[in-house]
Design a protein around this ligand. Structure first.
Ligand SMILES: [Zn+2]
Length: 346
């Protein structure tokens, strides 16, 4: 079944957020955020893909996010552009083939697009086209264009993706204001993207579950195509709606005025919050789900289980009845079970 058929039967989970995970592990640099790990440690990328599939992802998304010409230029590795893309696609394809999952190509915001600048649009389109050609060459099942804060750049990406004739997913990253960067209404922009031929339209990144949900409700009401929702797993609030705007006034040691991107740890959603998001988004009618920057396999498993799935990792889903103090197994010592109140300071 292809992506569209899958979505007509139920939900699809697409794990992502590889950049933050490899930054934490020490294999790529915050700031530049270029997936150099694809070239230097391909085995680790393959391993993370496998962990996300084990946790319930239906898709292996090639790790080509920010592996575009502009980003490679910033770190002085433009010569590696084709190699990093082809390698990322090969790794994703290998895992998808071995696990029976779908493989997706990926393009994203270019960093050069500026509304009204024809030369910049041409440059952005050229970046899309070269990455998409490598994805087509690799034989991906569908293509994803993501993290567009300009509606017009997302439309440009859809036009490029449509040329591949593959199913197309496009998602916007909405920051502190409930509008695209050029000021377009979010639901209206999603309608334009659907009208332009995108098969799945929605939001990824920037917003946490709490501040993404109200936008999703409007998007579901505005479009007929399946809606995508891949929030960041951070506790954003109406006052600080995107993870770039979160503040941590009690921490006196931040190197910058905001915790983004490397001091967001205290805001991380637990797995139950992600399960709750999956429940609520599904109830709204969202069918394409995932978790973006900051996601771990435990988040993906929680999402899968909330959708009624039992991925391989569910074998190890918690059973606190087996805990020697907090549990209930008949063999447990009375002294330990009675220690519960002291352990938890009840
Ligand atoms: Zn993200």
């Amino acid at each position: 079944m292809n992506l569209i058929e899958r979505l007509s039967h139920g939900s699809v989970i697409c794990a992502e957020g590889y950049l933050f995970e490899f930054e934490r592990r020490g294999y790529l640099q915050a700031g530049a955020f270029v997936p150099e790990v694809v070239l230097e440690h391909p085995v680790l990328v393959e391993g993370l893909h496998r962990e996300f599939v084990h946790a319930g992802s239906d898709v292996v998304e090639a790790f080509t996010y920010y592996a575009h010409r502009e980003k490679l230029r910033v770190i002085g590795r433009e010569d590696d552009l084709e190699r990093i893309n082809r390698q990322a696609l090969e790794i994703a394809k290998k895992v998808a083939r071995e696990t029976g999952t779908m493989v997706a190509g990926n393009i994203c915001n270019t960093g050069v697009f500026t509304p009204g600048d024809a030369a910049a649009a041409k440059e952005a389109r050229a970046q899309f086209d070269e990455q998409l050609q490598w994805a087509v060459d690799a034989g991906v099942d569908y293509v994803i264009g993501e993290t567009y804060s300009y509606g017009a750049e997302a439309l440009l990406a859809v036009a490029a993706m449509k040329e591949t004739r593959l199913p197309t997913v496009v998602t916007l990253a909405i920051h502190a204001v409930d509008a695209t960067r050029e000021g377009w209404d979010v639901a209206e922009t999603c309608r334009k993207l659907a009208d332009a031929g995108a098969d799945v339209v929605g939001l990824n990144c920037a917003r946490g579950p709490r501040t993404m949900l109200p936008l999703l409700e409007k998007i579901v009401a505005a479009i007929e195509v399946p809606v995508a929702a891949l929030p960041v797993p951070y506790r954003t609030t109406p006052q600080e709606p995107n993870f770039q705007s979160l503040t941590d006034p009690d921490c006196g040691c931040l190197p910058r005025e905001r915790p983004f991107p490397t001091a967001l740890d205290p805001f991380t959603c637990n797995r139950f919050e992600i399960a709750d998001f999956a429940d609520k988004a599904s109830a709204l009618g969202v069918r394409y789900l995932g978790v973006c920057c900051g996601a771990g396999p435990h988040h993906v498993r929680a999402m899968a289980e909330a959708l009624g799935r039992k991925p391989p990792a569910s074998r190890y889903s918690e059973d606190m009845s087996k805990h020697y103090v907090l549990g209930s197994h008949p063999s447990f010592r009375k002294e330990n079970l009675e220690y519960r109140r002291k352990l938890q300071n009840l």
